[in-house]
Design a protein around this ligand. Structure first.
Ligand SMILES: [Zn+2]
Length: 70
């Protein structure tokens, strides 16, 4: 056993494991160029998967409700 093994270090204990549930929540965005819906998770690059545009707008779930009051 002569392999180099990094033993107990403070940096190795700093990995959060409880946040995995929070980070897997996808958020829906709308492309500012082609209006495609793009769902991104935390850590994903902000980029449209249809056209590659990098400007995405956050989609509101409330906006699904149409205002037909006119
Ligand atoms: Zn697009």
């Amino acid at each position: 056993m002569s392999g180099y093994q990094p033993t107990s270090g403070p940096a190795f204990n700093a990995q959060p494991t409880n946040n995995s549930e929070y980070e897997t929540k996808p958020v829906n965005y709308v492309c500012g160029d082609c209006d495609a819906t793009v769902s991104l998770k935390a850590g994903d690059a902000i980029r449209c998967r249809e056209c590659g545009h990098r400007v995405l707008y956050k989609m509101r779930t409330n906006s699904l409700k149409r205002d037909d009051g006119k």
